[in-house]
Design a protein around this ligand. Structure first.
Ligand code: DP6
Length: 359
């Protein structure tokens, strides 16, 4: 598949008005994407659990206008006009207008809201960009009369990637791979694909409780962090290691090897942060409470033989991952031990979900 396949054959622009509303979730990477080249091509393949409860709901109203040169849109976030989010979305529209020429034929009124608290430190770009992409793709579906749903999902992921790399993994679920990898059939640098092999029962309905350690703005954005991988002394080894880890994880997920899963996933999280610690300029996104939680998890695991583990994204929050059958005991562990490290004792219970849905 090359990018030209994503340039549509528009039949007509007779549609004067249309409105679409889609909900798409966030996702949590197990093997991390950290490092990219233009245009949003990952340096290594990554794999994630799609989440369920942490999602963005976006409605776009399309109103036919005289053709313009730059996409026209208004943006409302949680009911209020949100002009400071506009530049990121304007860049996104500019990147995708070649693949969505209909963007220039309509004015868009976008209403968006998140299910998770505003500035909770949960990255909203994955769910936000993929929700916009799903609305666009459904306008395209009507303008082209294309009913090939597999293609439309693939293109939604392709467009999402151009908004935010990790967003390419939010269109489907429960486990998605983005980035070309020799052992993942159908994988591509251009879009995410559903993990193509059977998933062992222990990894189905996997739980993710997000411990909200720090809800403030990150000092270093993911985009800046990715760029610091360009001249990073350990970059090439890291990209190679990530692809090898994905091979290993693919087997783990199929075989249900939970102990190996824990080792690999925690190592990936710490390696991601090690890349930040060794960037120039160097930076730290973990907070003291992030480390306190990690130590509590290790202690709990050695005392109880639980299969709980952690991962981190580019921030201080900790994602607590565990099999569904441990849900009750882990709820007690969180209440009694971990919630004290969270800002205002806040955390969000989530689990692996199936991706985007129409509202
Ligand atoms: C650490 O997808 O947010 O969460 O492509 O610049 O928008 P951009 O970056 P983004 O990076 C996510 C990085 C990560 C790891 C991951 O999700 O794989």
């Amino acid at each position: 598949m090359n990018t030209a396949n994503f340039i549509p054959n528009i039949l007509e622009y007779s549609l004067e008005k249309a409105t679409y509303k889609w909900q798409t979730p966030s996702n949590i990477a197990l093997v991390k994407y950290w490092g990219k080249s233009d245009p949003q091509i990952p340096k290594n393949a990554s794999i994630s659990f799609t989440l369920n409860n942490c999602h963005t709901t976006t409605q776009i109203e399309f109103i036919k206008i005289e053709s313009t040169e730059i996409p026209l849109f208004e943006l409302f976030f949680e009911g209020k006009k949100k002009d400071d989010f506009k530049p990121k979305i304007a860049t996104f529209f500019d990147r995708i207008k070649k693949y969505c020429p209909y963007l220039l034929e309509y004015k868009m009124i976008i209403h968006s809201e998140n299910s998770f608290p505003h500035s909770s430190g949960i990255a909203s770009s994955a769910s936000g960009m993929s929700a916009i992409a799903m609305c666009l793709i459904h306008l395209e579906k009507e303008l082209t009369l294309n009913t090939d749903d597999a293609f439309l999902k693939q293109k939604a992921s392709f467009l999402s990637r151009l908004g935010s790399g990790s967003a390419s993994r939010s269109v489907e679920g429960p486990i998605v791979v983005w980035g070309k990898h020799p052992e993942i059939v159908g994988s591509s640098d251009l879009y995410g694909v559903k993990f193509p092999y059977p998933i062992a029962p222990i990894f189905q309905d996997f739980q993710d409780t997000i411990l909200l350690v720090d809800k403030g703005e990150k000092q270093v954005s993911s985009t800046v962090g990715h760029n610091l991988m360009i001249d990073h002394p350990y970059a090439e080894n890291r990209f190679k290691q990530a692809n090898e880890n994905l091979s290993i994880l693919s087997k783990i997920l199929q075989e249900g090897a939970i102990e190996e899963f824990i080792k690999l996933v925690e190592s990936e999280a710490l390696t991601l942060h090690a890349m930040m610690l060794t960037s120039q300029p160097y930076f730290i996104l973990m907070k003291p409470k992030t480390l306190e939680i990690i130590n509590e998890i290790w202690k709990y695991r050695s005392e109880t033989k639980s299969n709980v583990c952690f991962t981190l994204d580019a921030g201080a929050n900790v994602h607590l991952l565990y099999p569904k059958k441990e849900k009750e005991s882990i709820a007690v562990f969180i209440q009694e031990k971990l919630s004290q490290y969270c800002q205002n004792n806040q955390y969000i219970n989530d689990y692996s979900g199936l991706g985007s849905s129409k509202i």
